[in-house]
Every structure is written in C-alpha cells, then in structure tokens.
Design a protein around this ligand. Sequence first.
Ligand SMILES: [Zn+2]
Length: 110
Amino acid sequence: MLVHFGKTEKLLNFYEDELASCDNCNETTVTYRIVQEYYQINSIPILPAEKYTGMSCDSCNFSNNNVISENAKLYEKLSKTPLYLYTGAAILTGTFLFLIIGAIYTAIIK
Ligand SMILES: [Zn+2]
C-alpha cells in the first residue's frame, strides 16, 4: 500500500473587513481567510498544524499569507479547529490504550 504523508490546508472561515485597506493599492476590497494546516496520511487527517490568516485584495489581486493584526488573532481564535482533524491521533491513541488494557488484562488473568 502506498502511504502518502503530507501537509494540507483547510479554509475555516473568511470575512471581509471594510475598515482594512490593501497594503498594495489601499482599496478596501480586502478579504481575509482563516486557514488551518494539518497533517494527513492518505487523506486521513492526523493532527492539526498551524493556523494562519491570509488576505487577498479583490481590486489588485495582491495577497499575503501571513497577516498579523489584532483582528486576525481574534478571528483565528473564533475559528475553531475542527475535531475531525484529530482523527489519526485519536485512532493511534485508541489503539495504544487498547493494547495496554489488553496487556494488563492478560497479566491479571495469568
Ligand atoms: Zn489591492
């Protein structure tokens, strides 16, 4: 079986900020995206990685994937990481616990 491990992205949320202006053209047609990166094996999410805010301007197509502002921080906090991104970690933990409990159980029975 071919194992494909990688990092991918999921768009959590986006919003338009009418008070912010584009760093490039100063138009207020800016859209922010809250993006969650996560690790996956064969498209099964394993663990979430970083969350970041990207912005793009509808007017000049300028984009920046590393927005650092109070608003960005707030929106990152409000955009919760979906629980299913922990699927792989949960399965691994579950298997591990199962093995431990199994070993303890076997030890007690003997
Ligand atoms: Zn612009």
